[in-house]
Design a binder for this molecule. Structure first.
Ligand SMILES: [Mg+2]
Length: 372
């Protein structure tokens, strides 16, 4: 190590917050079992039966009974069938899961408004201040677990700590139907014993790279210089250096669902030719669709905004029976609205927005394509 490179201040941890991470146990499968108790104690796989799909399809959730056979989410349904031909395949009912998720959030809101959903069945809650003036986050976590169990007939796991990273690790630690509390004075011991595979956010590829530089657990990670971690892992190295020291200042963000996603461009020189306008619509479609994919949304209504050289501004919308979920579709629609509405003037601004958004639930599942 050379001297005089970068000097990093030893980071300090903020232990003033109280964060809970709630994670439902085998959520989709548990909802199906609740609706159909004859499934209980049997291996249940939430996916269409591979026989009905010609072997295609992916496991969205497997209950704990099915996990005993090595079945897990994101595995191909065919593979799950091979592991346990007796497993019961239930096609997903996302509407039902969404309804149940909304009810979970109603329970959360009794305690705090600072809620950050990660998916239908997982959320962070900041209960530093809360609606029941309860100082103990552990008591709140237990109350939430009781409410969920008595009202929704479902179990969940909870992690309690002073930041999101630790709360999430904690909820994983005692699954299913468990609670783990990591108070500040226990964070160090908890973090150093943890295998590196269990560090949230460290993917399979990074795990390999970690192993290559002799990091197998938290202790190994803790012993590395920040510079070395940054050299190998960039931004993530910086973040892991802090996390292994129990530091994660990220806020619990109420990420409100976007109602629309759009993009507009004002042109430095007004556009006169059909070619330029179509080109601009193509560019806007690409950007809007990229953003929609990122946010896992699709919608049925397209709004085109046009401002002419005389500053007159028009918005025109079209609603379609099917979701618009490719760039090409969006582009074609934008061009067709333009063709119907265009005036013989040059254009200062164009905007494309998709509204009436819904989540693309099927694509919420991270597909690990190299799964065997
Ligand atoms: Mg879960």
């Amino acid at each position: 190590m050379r001297y005089g490179m970068l000097i990093f201040d030893e980071p300090k941890k903020n232990i003033s917050r109280k964060i809970i991470h709630i994670d439902m146990d085998a959520f989709y499968a548990s909802v199906e079992i609740r609706e159909n108790p004859s499934l209980a104690d049997k291996p249940v796989v939430i996916a269409k039966h591979p026989k009905d799909t010609g072997g295609r399809g992916v496991v969205t959730t497997a209950n704990y009974e099915a996990r005993k056979y090595g079945i897990h989410s994101a595995m191909s349904a065919q593979k799950a069938f091979e592991l346990s031909p007796k497993a019961l395949f239930v096609p997903p009912d996302f509407e039902q899961y969404r309804v149940t998720s909304t009810k979970m959030h109603e329970i959360f809101k009794r305690y705090t408004d600072k809620i950050q959903p990660l998916s239908l069945d997982e959320a962070y809650l900041d209960v530093t201040t809360n609606h029941i003036n309860q100082k103990s986050a552990t008591i709140i976590a237990e109350k939430i677990r009781e409410d969920i169990y008595s009202e929704l007939k479902l179990t969940c796991s909870a992690g309690v700590s002073y930041n999101k990273f630790l709360a999430k690790l904690a909820s994983d630690y005692n699954k299913p139907n468990g609670i783990t509390v990591i108070p500040p004075e226990k964070a160090h011991d908890f973090l150093i014993q943890l295998p590196i595979e269990e560090y949230h956010g460290v993917g399979e590829k990074s795990v390999e790279k970690m192993h290559a530089i002799d990091i197998f657990n938290g202790q190994d990670l803790y012993n590395k210089e920040e510079q070395e971690l940054v050299k190998h892992f960039g931004k993530m190295g910086h973040s892991l250096y802090r996390k292994v020291r129990g530091i994660d200042d990220s806020e619990v963000k109420n990420n409100r669902e976007p109602k629309s996603i759009g993009k507009e461009s004002t042109f430095s020189q007004n556009l006169n030719s059909e070619n330029d306008i179509v080109g601009a619509l193509r560019e806007l479609s690409t950007k809007v669709m990229k953003n929609m994919k990122k946010k896992q949304k699709h919608g049925k209504t397209v709004v085109l905004k046009i401002r002419y050289e005389d500053f007159q501004t028009y918005t025109r919308r079209r609603t379609f029976p099917d979701y618009i979920d490719t760039e090409e579709m969006l582009f074609q629609i934008a061009v067709s609205i333009w063709e119907e509405e265009s005036q013989d003037l040059s254009v200062r601004l164009l905007g494309i927005t998709v509204t009436g958004l819904d989540s693309i639930v099927f694509e919420n599942i991270p597909l690990r394509l190299w799964d065997t």
